[in-house]
Design a protein. Structure first.
Length: 136
């Protein structure tokens, strides 16, 4: 899967222009494969992707937010049911599945993941995410 056109600073990427990067080039510059994949997946396949190092940094930050939540889930210490977490997960899953069913809309699917991260962070901050709920 790939985007319609890969652009570099709003110009079509090409060897003749000298404005192209390979995955090994990006890895040598210290960018993670995960951040590269996230950036590429964050653009709809029917649209051009304007690649740059700033968007790559944004992809890295987005992933750090997800990883940060995963690390903080151990902080969930409340007792009780898992209803709030289960509801948040179910809502995010519905939006995620609908986005993928809508012409493989990966940007919208990733937005659903980040919506869930936000809700989970709010539940953690409120003390409303229980130990049982963190498994939802």
């Amino acid at each position: 899967m790939h985007v319609k056109h890969l652009m570099i600073d709003n110009e079509t990427m090409s060897k003749s222009k000298g404005n192209f990067f390979t995955i090994p080039d990006l890895r040598e510059r210290g960018h993670s494969a995960e951040a590269i994949r996230y950036l590429l997946a964050g653009s709809h396949y029917r649209k051009p992707l304007n690649f740059g190092f700033e968007p790559l940094q944004h992809a890295k930050a987005a992933l750090e937010r997800v990883h940060g939540l995963v690390a903080r889930l151990d902080e969930a210490s409340g007792e009780g049911g898992e209803e709030k977490a289960a509801e948040a997960c179910a809502d995010a899953r519905r939006v995620f599945d609908a986005a993928l069913a809508d012409d493989l809309n990966t940007p919208e699917a990733l937005a659903a993941v980040h919506g869930l991260v936000g809700r989970a962070n709010s539940l953690l901050a409120e003390g409303a995410l229980t130990r049982r709920g963190r498994r939802a």
